[in-house]
Design a protein. Structure first.
Length: 322
């Protein structure tokens, strides 16, 4: 009799736990959700505005954007220490998992966050000044080998996607090219158009407006598969540099230990926003692609990026600028 009572007690406790978890997910949210991100402007801000505008229709609560200036690692530090209740989220890009390779940070990428969805992806494009006598990645590599250290490429600050894309290119192609760093991608593109530098491994959104005018010459898109954004451009892998893939991606995160039911709810509702036809069109017009991956797919993508780019950073001895 005692055993039956004890077994019944265990079953009752387990059933109560399941009900509590389900109710917790169903009741969420009962107040506004805060989304922490970097300073206004750029692709993360653009993605954030689309999500913050569309998500309340599904959640039934406002989504408040909390922009934080200063160091790019500040938003991650805030969310890592926030309660794991689904009311404080992080919208962040590649810096979340690249910054720890470059400097000391106040968080652990894999331990302190749970990925919700990879929201958007913008491929990098290998682009050159029209004066450079090349028309493919294969020809660019050949010219770089013929003139070691003489070809220059523009990049934004140390550790930026444009910088790491250049380092990955030199590593895979086995060439020596001269990096010319800039404080921002805007001035780098301006000098590339002016011929002060000869090439750039640039974010597509920043350089694509200059293709039709002939002020810049694109050679390839740095994605694993042909891009819907640039159907006429070959991939770098198919045109002379197998394995070369770089892009700027951003996604939504919650603090670690956020209940699974809440993560699932956030994922489902965010994906609905990202897959809405008008939202997908806005991303396309901005030179980006809405994704809406599963949490598991996003986690795998982050781990892959950390392994691949971490090796490049360590091999090149790259550290963040003081």
């Amino acid at each position: 009799m005692r055993r039956m009572r004890f077994g019944g007690l265990i079953f009752s406790c387990y059933a109560a736990l399941l009900v509590t978890t389900a109710v917790h997910g169903q009741d969420y949210p009962v107040k506004p959700v805060r989304m922490v991100l970097t300073a206004p402007g750029g692709s993360i801000d653009f993605t954030g505005r689309l999500i913050a505008y569309g998500l309340p229709a599904h959640l039934g609560q406002p989504v408040v954007m909390d922009h934080r200036g200063g160091s790019a690692t500040i938003p991650a530090g805030i969310v890592a220490k926030s309660p794991a209740d689904g009311y404080t989220l992080l919208l962040y890009g590649t810096s979340l998992w690249i910054a720890p390779f470059l400097q000391e940070v106040s968080y652990d990428t894999l331990r302190d966050f749970v990925p919700i969805t990879l929201a958007a992806s913008t491929p990098n494009i290998i682009v050159v000044h029209p004066s450079l006598p090349v028309s493919s990645v294969r020809e660019l590599i050949a010219l770089a080998k013929f003139k070691p250290g003489q070809l220059s490429y523009a990049s934004a600050i140390t550790g930026s996607s444009t910088h790491l894309a250049g380092e990955l290119f030199t590593s895979l192609a086995g060439v020596k090219i001269l990096r010319v760093p800039y404080r921002g991608a805007g001035q780098a593109i301006t000098d590339l158009i002016g011929g002060q530098v000869l090439m750039m491994f640039a974010n597509a959104a920043g350089v694509s407006p200059h293709f039709k005018s002939g002020r810049l010459k694109p050679l390839a898109v740095a994605s694993a598969r042909p891009s819907q954004l640039f159907p006429d451009l070959p991939t770098a892998g198919s045109s002379g540099l197998p394995g070369y893939e770089t892009s700027s991606i951003n996604g939504l995160f919650a603090p670690a230990k956020t209940p699974t039911a809440i993560v699932r709810r956030l994922h489902q509702d965010t994906v609905k926003v990202l897959h809405a036809p008008d939202v997908k069109e806005q991303f396309m017009n901005a030179g980006s692609e809405a994704v809406g991956s599963s949490p598991e797919e996003f986690t795998a993508a982050i781990k892959s990026e950390m392994e691949r780019l971490g090796k490049v950073i360590k091999a090149a001895g790259i550290r963040a600028e003081p």
